[in-house]
Design a protein around this ligand. Sequence first.
Ligand code: C5P
Length: 398
Amino acid sequence: MLAGKKIVLGVTGGIAAYKAVDLASRLKKSGAEVRVVMTEAAAAFVRPLTFRTITGNPVHLRQFEEPRVWNVEHVALAEQADLVVVAPATAQTIACLALGLAPDLLATMLLAARSPILVAPAMNTAMYLHPATQEHLATLRARGVVLVGPEAGTLACGAEGPGRMSEPAEIAAAAERLLAGGGPLAGRQALVTAGGTRERLDPVRYIGNFSSGKMGYAVAESLAAAGATVTLVSAPTALAPPAGVRLLEAESALAMREAVLSCWETSEIVVMAAAVADYRPAAPATGKIRKTGGDFTLTLTENPDILAELGRRKQGQILVGFAAETGDGHARGLEKLRRKNADFLVLNDVTRPGAGFGADTNIVSFLYPDGQARELPLLSKREVAARITEEIIRLLPQ
Ligand code: C5P
């Protein structure tokens, strides 16, 4: 899978560095030319000789070491790499990359890299959950850095929680996906919306809905796996964005509209899976609303319908809508599909067991403008996403 690909593997100083040996071995066995760059702390956990033996290449460790050609070589390495993988990535290296700092050889190389970068974080749970680390990871995500993991579990320090590095097999698979680039949607741009919007009432309250974002995230993942370049415009969710997907966060319907309009024209595929609030408070209060002992009346104003707006402006894009209905929503779904000018609509009855918000499964039908419908059985949301991707591939002009 990776024949002829040049991969630079950055190894930083965490106990998971021992797993990077397995990762290097897997990448090499898949045919890649692997160059390892270690931090000094990493070399305290695993000897460079181990990586040298596994990869058959010298290991790069110190920045200003003889021979001096290295200074030039590290830039050349960064420039020639088809992919840079940092595994394990400590909070420190993640911070350096987010802030553009270059205190050591690995960080310098990362700044010079022009290839895609894949980062597998590994650290203590408290460090991972620290707002600084979370903000740095969000920055990296927004720049298109692919994050794999971390997983939750028991860590070396005894703590329970997220922070454990993903398994080498999973990181290697993500690397292969990133470098494959040859899927049926290679070279296509896709835009996916997901999650439920929040409409602020005052600084501490909002009107929301039960959308978990799982369906939209699964669609984004599936389109990316098929080779598309995916932008995911997401309302707040508890989910980690899929590897390789660019994330734009949007809290409210108005923010989502703005984010969608900023990138929709270059997208050939648009899947609107978000549950967008139809109404927002007409005049959100600047201070916390106090109770008065009597009834409280809230005036709502209608939000713009983003999908309908895209439907009016459509120029050859494949536009996919979703409709969450209660009861037999076939006629309502069809009316929506036609009014919003979508190419097909994914209809689900959120009251059916195994379907709708929060579940990992879904029961949907595809509706088409000519009135045809295709019912799908109970499937995992990932499987539904794969069917949506297949349908998009079928409909796309070749
Ligand atoms: O009318 P309804 O909300 O059921 O339509 C659902 C579809 O329209 C979904 O694809 C949803 O993402 C989209 N939508 C939108 N903007 C709105 C409301 C819904 O894009 N304000």
